[in-house]
Design a protein around this ligand. Structure first.
Ligand code: SF4
Length: 71
């Protein structure tokens, strides 16, 4: 099941780690802030890896049960 992915734009500093790890899920907008383009663009494990790679924990993942899996 796809995660519900939320990006805190006030935290995202545009490092791009998430885009590098899951380019079909995350994209950097014109301000270099990450946006979700397809929450099903990668396997859950790859999305979790991308969220864990964010140096400022700007990415929140909630699973299909409503449980927050990250951070
Ligand atoms: S890794 Fe984090 S700080 Fe970097 S672009 Fe993605 S959400 Fe933003």
């Amino acid at each position: 099941m796809p995660y519900t992915i939320t990006i805190d734009r006030s935290l995202c500093a545009g490092y791009g780690d998430c885009v590098g790890l899951a380019p079909d899920v995350f994209h950097q907008d014109g301000d270099h802030i990450s946006v979700v383009i397809d929450p099903e663009g990668a396997a859950d494990e790859a999305i979790l890896d991308a969220a864990r790679a964010c140096p400022v924990d700007a990415i929140t993942l909630v699973d299909e049960h409503g449980d927050q899996d990250w951070p």
